[in-house]
Write a protein that binds this ligand. Structure first.
Ligand code: GDP
Length: 483
């Protein structure tokens, strides 16, 4: 700090306008302090001062309640004994995130669970799964966010599903939970298969009961934040935290997810070698998620979509069919780097060949790169996940971004980068649509399977029409997103 007690401007920028806490060790997590230098192209949005103050108070609570603290050990006793008397409330309550699904899904659900923890004064503990600690630095000062391996009911995690008697939905269905009978833990089934009882989680009345349960154990593969914005009990707090609603993951993602030094090496070496000198970086994320019974989209169809989108939206120049003119001019030519990410190499090869075998109509130089092509998803493999995280972050450093529909991998990249992407249109019959892509209304991710019902009311309401900042998603008409 300077003499006036002010944090110098530089540090403030590095700490993302106060989003990140001061004083954390630097060398063990370089990305925390260096990411801002790479995101300098970004037109920065600043977090609200209320969000900053809530994060600092969360950190204090985490320090007091985190693993192996006195409060943690005391609250753990209820789990061990299976007995809990809700008339003598605990001083710390928890939400435990269970690791599952691909990396994009994981990051979206951790952020959702963290926001829920902020709203309900809980402490977030993260199941390390196969390799969370290899991917992400600890986000909170001093006390770990990782669930300890000796957590009493850890062996039950695999068995939790829609039919578990421990799920909140089933407890409500069988009336085994009430204001006077509060269990020490409940399993929250917020997976894509959530049923009409599970989805009561999103109702104000049920929240007041959940509030009394010391341990919530969550399984989700969904960004459930948009539905929290439709709940009266959280409305005021959320307005204060995020006056700009469409930036929730942008801030929470940058706050929580700092790649470890190994992943940071993958990011920075690639960036410096291939992207740093470009005048503009165009990210293209290709994720082929087949529709059941249809099989994957053919390569040519996807390439045509990308090329059509890039042409319509002026993202990349057209190629010229004229004979190449050898232009010895030393004048600076605009250089655009195209960063493609995909499990397969075909899209990259086709685009690179297109710009190699033709000149561009504008004379711009187009470089095309792809960091890896892993062919198949291998969620259990450490280096596979590290590459995935590196690529998500590299995409987030683009100036403009084209993404694939329905992909959480793309959602994370766009929100971290503060980018409103052009999303390729998902066509039911794999014929080219006009236009081939549409601009997202905001950078925030889509909640793919929001609740259908209207809590205890019988009438149906269109959830995309209740408040202006919660709308249906561009790439999924029944999904919900913040704009
Ligand atoms: P989603 O399935 O598209 O919603 O995204 P997820 O990230 O949840 O799951 C897909 C997983 O497949 C990723 O986590 C990676 O393991 C892998 N994957 C998909 N696309 C890519 C890619 O472009 N690059 C790399 N390295 N891995 C990818």
């Amino acid at each position: 700090k300077d003499q006036a007690g002010q944090v110098p401007m530089d540090d403030n920028k590095r700490l993302l306008g106060g989003l990140l806490p001061q004083g954390m060790e630097k060398d063990s997590c370089l990305s925390r302090y260096q990411m801002a230098l790479y995101r300098k192209r970004l037109q920065r949005k600043y977090p609200s001062s209320y969000l900053i103050s809530r994060l600092r108070s969360y950190e204090a609570t985490h320090k007091r309640c985190g693993p192996y603290t006195e409060s943690y050990n005391r609250t753990l006793e209820y789990l061990k004994s299976g007995q809990y008397n809700s008339t003598s409330p605990t001083d710390c309550n928890y939400i435990v995130w269970i690791s599952l699904s691909g990396l994009g899904n994981k990051m979206l659900t951790i952020a959702s669970a963290f926001l829920y923890a902020l709203l309900t004064n809980r402490v977030l503990l993260v199941d390390p799964g196969e390799n969370i600690p290899d991917l992400f630095c600890e986000p909170f000062p001093e006390v770990s966010w990782l669930l300890p391996p000796d957590f009493p009911i850890i062996d039950k995690f695999d068995t939790f599903n829609l039919t578990s008697p421990d799920s909140y939905g089933n407890m409500l269905r069988h009336s085994v939970v009430s204001n006077s009978t509060v269990p020490p833990y409940v399993y929250l089934n917020l997976l894509h298969d959530l049923d009409d009882h599970d989805e009561l989680f999103f109702c104000d009345q049920e929240q007041s009961l959940l509030h009394k349960v010391p341990w919530l154990i969550l399984k989700s593969n969904n960004y459930f934040v948009p539905s929290l914005f439709l709940m009266q009990s959280f409305e005021e707090e959320l307005n204060n935290l995020f006056p700009d609603e469409g930036s929730v993951f942008h801030f929470l993602g940058q706050y929580l997810f700092h790649p470890t030094n190994t992943v940071w090496g993958l990011i920075t070496r690639f960036y410096e070698a291939y992207l740093a000198r470009a005048d503009e970086i165009i990210g293209i994320q290709v994720r082929i998620i087949g529709i059941v019974g249809k099989g994957p989209e053919p390569l040519k169809y996807v390439v045509d979509q990308i090329v059509g989108c890039a042409r319509n939206e002026n993202l990349l120049p057209e190629i010229s069919e004229k004979k190449p003119i050898i232009n010895p001019s030393k004048q600076h030519k605009t250089m655009k780097a195209v960063l493609i990410t995909s499990l397969s190499a075909g899209y990259f090869e086709t685009l690179r060949d297109m710009y190699w075998t033709h000149q561009t109509a504008t004379g711009e130089i187009i470089e095309v790169y792809q960091p890896s092509h892993e062919e198949n998803q291998h969620t259990e493999n450490e280096m596979h996940n590290m590459k995935a995280l590196a690529e998500i972050n590299l995409l987030s450093l683009s100036d403009k971004l084209i993404t694939s529909p329905w992909s959480t991998f793309g959602y994370v990249a766009q929100s971290l980068g503060g980018l409103r992407p052009w999303i390729l249109v998902k066509s039911d019959n794999q014929t080219l649509t006009d236009p081939p892509c549409s601009r997202a209304a905001s950078m925030d991710p889509c909640f793919h399977t929001p609740p259908n019902g209207n809590c205890r009311e019988k009438n149906w309401v269109d959830k995309g029409k209740i408040v202006p900042h919660v709308q249906h998603c561009e790439d999924r008409s029944w999904g919900l997103k913040l704009v």
